[in-house]
Write a protein that binds this ligand. Sequence first.
Ligand code: XMP
Length: 329
Amino acid sequence: GWKMEDILEKELKVIKETVGPDNHVICALSGGVDSTVAATLVYKAIGDRLHCAFVDNGLLRYKERERVMETFDRDLHLPVTCIDATDQFLSKLKGVTEPEKKRKVIGNEFICIFDAFARDLEKKLGKKPAYLVQGTLYPDVIESCPPPGSGRTHSHTIKSHHNVGGLPKDMKLKLIEPLKLLFKDEVRELGRIMGVPVSFLKRHPFPGPGLAVRVPGDVTEGNRLDILRKADEIFIQAIKDAGIYDSIWQAFAVFMPVLTVGVQGDQRTHSYAIALRAVTSHDGMTADWYYFDYKFLADLSTRICNEVQGVNRVLLDITSKPPATIEWE
Ligand code: XMP
């Protein structure tokens, strides 16, 4: 049978044999499902010879760092080093407005920081870690390198993703990709039988470059990221409270770097706008905008303007993919 328990047993055996009895392994956790399941699996196989790092790039959602660290610790008992690199990332992003440039800056900075983590570890262990775990899935493999004639669109020509590859070349690490033959729902099932909380496994996808691709223009100006975090948290909580989170592929707020006039409590305001984006999709390659209830939207708009200082207007993105991408950059 093709039961997940069998797959788990086989994977554990393969990982143990591949790594051997003495080698150490490193892993960068993004807080997403794939890297978390991959790390949990490797931890089960080799225990504390796995060394995980979670990098706070300053572009995470509201309380994201605290929330994922708690999941790693309390639910998975996975030892993880949390690296706060907010200042490094944001200083490199100052003045950067071009979407692809932002992605490059973030990708490069991530490599620097992870490289430093690996070198520190090498000093502590007195030897180099030999392997790097990545949560690459089967669709990532075919998307990065579509089989000829497969007719699959090559997403790299539209936006550069840096999930696949992107490790420092001179580190000479070998890759362990235990999810390489699995689809997303199989990864969720594998996670579930290893004790990853179902609420965590059902989380919407979140892009590597984080909130940077949800703030068109310079992300470091003023308190754009804080405004976005607050609005996004209200939006996501409302979606969860309405019981529609699992019907949506991805939902998030976008910061609109435009000042418009409003009137709030007898005061004329000149504040920013927030756009709400929610889509349904099967694979992220195409998507339809989600039809919210009008009352839900009306309440949400009131709440966001009342509760988020600096916002006086709420917009709804009613564009499908294509022609728009899911993210705004
Ligand atoms: P788009 O915006 O291209 O996104 O329609 C499709 C899916 O991919 C996610 N996405 C990214 N994920 N690094 C990532 O890890 C990226 O640079 C990136 N850009 C987009 C997006 O959130 C959506 O789920």
